[in-house]
Design a protein around this ligand. Structure first.
Ligand SMILES: [Zn+2]
Length: 136
């Protein structure tokens, strides 16, 4: 029995960060479903949570490891970009009275500059290109 179980699990993809996120999503949807009064909406949420759960186990038991790793890589990239987007919004708000943010016309990097009115020349710390900036 133990060997059969070990043989079943060998070569399977297993859990990763995307699986963890799907588990959390499943728990959140299930928790929200408890408080929903509408029967139709509750059915929709149950189907959704079940779909997430099935897809999570499908990925964990999949033998297509390269495909699952690519899905996880895309998820991690999306998560990182989303975090950076929110961090930039928060920083723009926090430093709004002392600094301005401009994007580099060459590489698109966001650059924080001291809020000093006038025309300035700026060196991008990422691509080292020089560009002009006007601050009101
Ligand atoms: Zn640049």
């Amino acid at each position: 029995m133990k060997q059969k179980l070990a043989a079943f699990f060998s070569g399977r993809y297993g859990a990763d960060e995307l699986a963890k996120a799907m588990l959390i999503l499943y728990i959140v949807i299930s928790a929200v479903t408890v408080f929903v009064g509408n029967a139709t909406l509750r059915i929709v949420l149950n189907v959704l949570s079940l779909t997430v759960c099935i897809f999570m186990f499908y990925r964990m038991f999949s033998k297509k490891i390269a495909k699952r790793a690519e899905e996880n890589r895309k998820y991690l990239l999306l998560r990182r970009n989303t975090k950076q987007w929110f961090l930039l919004r928060r920083n723009k708000w926090t430093y709004r009275k002392t600094h301005v943010y401009r994007s580099c016309p060459h590489c698109g990097a966001q650059i924080r500059l001291p809020r000093v009115a006038g025309d300035h020349r700026c060196d991008c710390p990422k691509c080292q290109e020089r560009f002009s900036v006007h601050i009101k």
